[in-house]
Design a protein around this ligand. Structure first.
Ligand SMILES: [Fe+2]
Ligand SMILES: [Fe+2]
Length: 202
């Protein structure tokens, strides 16, 4: 699917605020993808449309999820805000005829993350967190790591940890995919540092 087509479609359907967020994530994902050697076109498209599910009411998302077997976790019924990711991916197939599985998977995983995430999904997760419209405390440090260091995983770890803190602070249920995502990042960062130390010893 052409990004231009998706842009026009979104612009016609959404508010200016919603559209701006999509465009910012699109641009951020593009830049990050180029930096980290990922397909930038796909990353930008996934960034642009990642919140498509938010154009539907929670009631509608819940109804669709029940009807089409998209309630993959019981927590989803308790925290319907999370539904815009998996149901959004389903809606993108239905409404836009988007069938690129990598792009759809990035949309599905953008709220919780997960232990198994492609580089494309990771880029979209991070772009959603650091796009220029985000102004919360600590975001600048994550941007700094994402754009100026070579370690995508460090930036992702900071992002998922801040998200987990936020969920806890607000008394919400925490999806284990986020915990698994955090653990997988820590394990791979540990492996990297072991390799580095081993390299130095030789
Ligand atoms: Fe979202
Ligand atoms: Fe978003």
């Amino acid at each position: 699917m052409e990004r231009e087509t998706a842009r026009k479609f979104l612009q016609a359907k959404s508010s200016l605020r919603f559209y701006r967020h999509g465009r910012s994530v699109e641009r951020t994902a593009y830049v990050l993808a180029r930096k980290y050697g990922v397909d930038a076109e796909k990353a930008a498209l996934a960034g642009l449309i990642h919140d498509y599910g938010k154009l539907y009411s929670r009631e509608e998302l819940l109804r669709l999820a029940r009807e089409h077997g998209l309630l993959l976790h019981p927590l989803m019924e308790q925290e319907p805000a999370l539904l815009h990711a998996p149901v959004g991916a389903w809606l993108l197939e239905r409404d836009l005829g988007l069938h690129d599985e990598e792009v759809l998977e990035a949309v599905r995983q953008h709220t919780t993350g997960g232990a198994q995430m492609s580089m494309l999904s990771r880029i979209v997760y991070l772009a959603d967190f650091i796009e220029p419209g985000r102004r919360f405390k600590g975001v600048e440090e994550v941007r700094e790591v994402a754009f100026h260091c070579k370690e995508l995983e460090k930036a992702l770890l900071a992002a998922v940890e801040m998200t987990i803190f936020h969920v806890i602070q607000r008394g919400r249920l925490l999806h284990e995919a986020s915990v698994e995502f955090r653990n997988s990042l820590i394990m791979s960062l540990r492996e990297d540092s072991l390799e580095e130390n081993h390299g130095e010893a030789i």
